[in-house]
Write a protein that binds this ligand. Structure first.
Ligand code: 7RM
Length: 660
């Protein structure tokens, strides 16, 4: 890990604009003043166990109460609310029906193109129970891992909740991942069951999900996967294997519409979700029931200031953690109305988001900086055509937001009346960790502001020493929190190494290393500076450089590969790959294109390199390490600065510059 990649960010002008929530917004919000935020923070600091206990009791319904709030005996394998028994679907559905909200809309689904469906909490319960009974019929048992590889359709939500209903952890794999990537995840998790669709609509194209599942099974997962359920979405022709593949509409239709929620222990697994790290294959991040339920619920309530009549929309895909926590579990646990959109904005449909906001009178809107930047680029004339007056709160997630995009969002979309919550968090944290509370905290464009009550963070140097004001350093989290990951599936060693061994703060062990750089300004505001490891973020999608390198090297023509991120105005970062070829392979533009395609088929479209630079050799240190710092400069078209004395062969540099 190093900070040099981000040093230039330290040169940015200090941002002095500050925006206070309006009096009206503050007066009507759940946490309505800085003092109130501060008092919560103080309570948490003084007596964390009591703080978490009281929220766990007031916000979550337990079938049996817990006794221990936090068990640190086997740290960093922390346990939360360990004797407690619950079912997250009871908290997400049944309890709202008991409280008279059965007829409230739980889910609004906007399909592609022009399709739409709505489900009340009563209807959601039926769909989930029927799906759960179908899972039982094909043999899914408590504890079995079920892989969900689906487009953004209501059945994806039903599938997740049905798994949780019967105590089968889910492993959602984003529909944009290739069959190779799916295969790796099926094998790593030993998923016996897959729920998929015949296909999905994406950007005017059809993605062939079922074919990808078939290929994944054929190419290595045949001993693992036993049964597949297929939703009919595109009606494209696909093959169905007898006694293995079942149509959703056939197997779900005749099920009973009640399924008793399984009684789960607080620390029983709720799901695995794969995310990229700096080394090796993607990591299966494990989340468990009680802590995750509380954290997704409480953060949603605090940050989105949810009210009974809000219409809330998060534009993420359920294949990512944002979709898990803030399309499905957080909103539903709060009894909110959540929107799910199958499409993505694209040139032929640039007004799609604003049309949906107008159509459903969306009041809370949560999206990614990369989307905001692309809307900025196509001009305010497009959103200006729509009535966005229903909006009262805006959010962003996934990557740092530049102040220009923040200001544009505030002005053009929020009409200068909506607070913006810039939410920093990770797959590993389960829910948001640093974010303004919209009624309580004044915001600065580009800053995620302060940690939530109960979350203690610091910015330190590599020795764990607090850095000075405005100085870049490593972001750490000093205390465990309920929504934290519990381990990496099948690799507890890697869990410790990746997150808990980098830094000790004031001699304390069990300090969580987030992998991000940050600085804290004179007012205590936190500015996230991006990853400090070999993880790059393309349109907010997290990818390990190693993963892309392995994909390239798996091609017969490639000898060696090194991948770096290059700053991109729209996507945040773009992928640039440096490749040296096997002996006797000739370089050509056509080969570079083939290599791009190869990466897409190994990982998925999100990993497609923007540029492939083919060269005889790569710059290495005398000990054989590829010098990425140099490659980053070349990719960015910058002068190479800093020490190159460890470089083994400096003529490589000239050659590289020529080929780039
Ligand atoms: C929620 C999510 C996590 C990484 C994280 C950061 C970056 C996320 C922000 C952000 C600056 C933000 N999970 N990140 N949110 N950077 N400001 N508000 O994205 O596991 O897929 O990625 O994303 O680098 O470490 S994730």
């Amino acid at each position: 890990m190093s900070l040099d990649k981000r040093n230039s960010i330290n040169n940015i002008l200090e941002e002095n604009r500050i925006f206070h929530p309006s009096k009206n917004f503050a007066d009507n919000s759940n946490i309505r003043s800085f003092e109130q935020y501060h008092s919560l923070k103080k309570q948490a600091l003084k007596n964390p166990a009591h703080f978490w206990e009281s929220f766990a009791k007031s916000e979550i319904d337990w079938f049996e109460p817990f006794e221990t709030v936090l068990d640190s005996e086997n740290a960093p394998f922390f346990k939360w609310f360990k004797e407690g028994k619950l079912n997250i679907t009871y908290n997400c559905i049944d309890r709202h029906i008991k409280n008279g909200l059965g007829k409230k809309t739980a889910l609004i689904w906007e399909g592609e193109p022009g399709d739409s469906r709505k489900f009340t909490y009563n209807e959601l319960l039926k769909e989930v129970c029927k799906t759960a009974n179908a899972l039982k019929e094909i043999g899914v048992k408590k504890g079995d891992l079920v892989c969900i590889y689906m487009p953004m359709i209501p059945e994806a939500m039903f599938a997740m909740l049905a798994c949780a209903r019967i105590g089968a952890p889910h492993s959602v794999v984003f529909g944009g991942f290739s069959s190779e990537a799916l295969k790796d995840r099926l094998i790593d998790g030993s998923a016996k069951f897959v729920i998929t669709a015949d296909g999905g609509f994406r950007k005017d194209k059809v993605i062939e999900l079922k074919n990808a599942v078939d290929a994944a099974i054929e190419n290595g997962a045949s001993k693992i996967v036993e049964k597949v359920i297929v939703v009919q979405r595109t009606k494209k022709n696909i093959s169905m294997l007898k006694n293995r593949d079942y149509w959703w509409h056939e197997i779900v239709k005749n099920q009973k519409d009640w399924c008793e929620p399984e009684i789960m222990n607080s620390e029983d697994r709720l799901f695995i979700l794969y995310t990229s790290g700096s080394t090796g294959k993607p990591k299966g991040v494990v989340h468990t029931t009680g802590g995750y339920n509380l954290w997704s619920h409480l953060t949603f309530k605090w940050i989105f200031d949810i009210k009974i009549d809000d219409i809330y929309w998060c534009t993420a895909d359920v294949g990512w953690i944002t979709g898990h926590s803030y399309i499905v579990y957080g909103p539903l646990s709060n009894g909110a109305t959540t929107i799910m959109y199958e499409g993505v904005p694209r040139p032929s449909n640039l007004g799609a988001f604003w049309e949906i906001i107008q159509k459903y009178k969306v009041s809370i809107f949560y999206t990614a900086p990369t989307a905001i930047r692309s809307f900025m680029k196509s001009g305010r004339e497009i959103p200006d055509k729509y009535d966005l007056d229903s909006l009262r709160l805006l959010g962003t997630v996934g990557e740092p937001i530049n102040p220009e995009a923040w200001m544009w969002y505030r002005d053009v979309i929020g009409k200068n009346k909506c607070p913006i919550v810039d939410t920093w968090w990770q797959t590993e944290t389960g829910g948001v960790m640093i974010s303004p509370l919209p009624g309580a905290i004044a915001t600065k464009p580009g800053s995620a502001t302060f940690p939530l009550p109960g979350i203690e963070v610091e910015v330190v140097d590599k020795n764990g020493k607090k850095v000075k004001e405005n100085e870049g350093g490593f972001l750490i989290i000093k205390k465990p929190w309920p929504g934290m990951m519990r381990t990496i599936h099948g690799n507890s060693e890697r869990y410790i190494k990746s997150y808990w061994e980098h830094i000790s703060f004031q001699g304390e062990k069990n300090v969580y290393f987030a992998g991000d750089g940050a600085r804290i300004d004179k007012d205590g505001y936190i500015w996230i500076m991006g990853r400090v490891d070999d993880v790059i973020s393309v349109s907010g999608h997290r990818l390990g450089t190693m993963e892309i390198e392995s994909a390239l090297v798996s091609h017969e023509s490639v000898a060696e590969a090194a991948v770096v991120g290059k700053k991109d105005d729209l996507k945040g970062e773009a992928i640039v790959a440096f490749v040296s070829l096997e002996k006797d392979v000739k370089t050509s533009l056509e080969l570079a294109e083939r290599l791009k395609k190869h990466v897409v088929s190994e990982i998925g479209i999100i990993a497609r390199p923007e540029k492939i630079i083919i060269s005889d050799s790569l710059p290495k240190t005398r000990s054989g390490k590829i010098m990425r710092r140099i490659l980053r400069s070349i990719a960015a078209g910058e002068r190479i600065t800093g020490d190159i004395s460890t470089l083994e062969d400096s003529s490589v540099l000239e050659k590289l510059k020529e080929s780039s």
